[in-house]
Design a protein around this ligand. Structure first.
Ligand SMILES: N[C@@H](CCC(=O)N[C@@H](CS)C(=O)NCC(=O)O)C(=O)O
Length: 219
């Protein structure tokens, strides 16, 4: 079944857009992609209309219902198009997958502010503040624990690919860009970066023409 239209920002910069996009792509759910470059006139025109909260991503379902907030979109995709399969089947794994996804959605402010996603950039270095170090440590611990407890049945955080992997995909991208060593979770990072859909996202980001100074470090 077609999921409708996913409104996203620039692939180079829009980390929140990547999450539901990757989920839909991974599970092969057909959808239409509508790109609204951040800070552009077309983006501003869409605010309050296609974008109820003035942000991307937004999923417009085939009946016209709009869903915003990346985690709410992922939940909706799982419920309506995957028969709940966006979450792990095991109840304990599912509870923890929900917790780490919510933790990502609500937190890691230092990481998001100090290491912005930029798919085209490589070998960036930033001064790590204590807050950033704490975020990095916590994320490393999450990945390592998930892989140790649930990774036996597959290469993803909970074995099979789940919403949790989609939620952490932009963090993997950031760790690569800024040279963060994930220790035993480096293999997990490589798996995610090699995902064919991630490779497509990166190729599309490389082809984008917009370079937004306010989204680059040092701006
Ligand atoms: N909590 C939101 C965050 C969405 C968000 O901040 N999106 C950014 C792009 S990655 C945006 O639309 N920024 C435009 C603006 O704030 O004007 C989610 O999970 O979807």
């Amino acid at each position: 079944m077609n999921a409708g239209t996913l409104f996203i920002g620039n692939k180079n910069y829009s980390s929140w857009s990547l999450r539901p996009w990757l989920l839909l792509q991974h599970f092969g759910v057909p959808f239409r992609e509508h790109r609204l470059p951040l800070l552009s006139p077309t983006f501003h025109e869409a605010v309050g209309q296609a974008l109820p909260a003035g942000k991307v991503p937004v999923l417009e379902l085939p009946d016209g219902t709009r869903v915003w907030e990346s985690l709410a979109i992922c939940e909706t995709v799982s419920e309506r198009f995957l028969d709940g399969g966006g979450w792990p089947a095991d109840p304990d794994a599912r509870s923890v997958a929900r917790s780490v996804s919510a933790e990502m959605h609500a937190g890691f402010g230092a990481l998001r502010a100090e290491m912005p996603m930029n798919c085209r950039a490589c070998e960036r270095h930033v001064q790590r503040t204590p807050g950033l170090e704490r975020d990095i440590e916590r994320i490393r611990a999450i990945w390592i624990e998930c892989r140790e407890r649930w990774g036996a049945s597959g290469p993803w955080l909970f074995g099979d690919f789940s919403i949790a992997d989609a939620m952490y995909a932009p963090v993997v991208s950031r760790f690569q860009t800024y040279g963060v060593d994930a220790g035993p979770a480096n293999e997990y990072m490589a798996t995610l970066l090699e995902h064919p859909a991630m490779q497509r996202w990166y190729a599309d980001a490389a082809a984008e023409l917009e370079a937004l100074p306010s989204m680059e470090l040092g701006a």
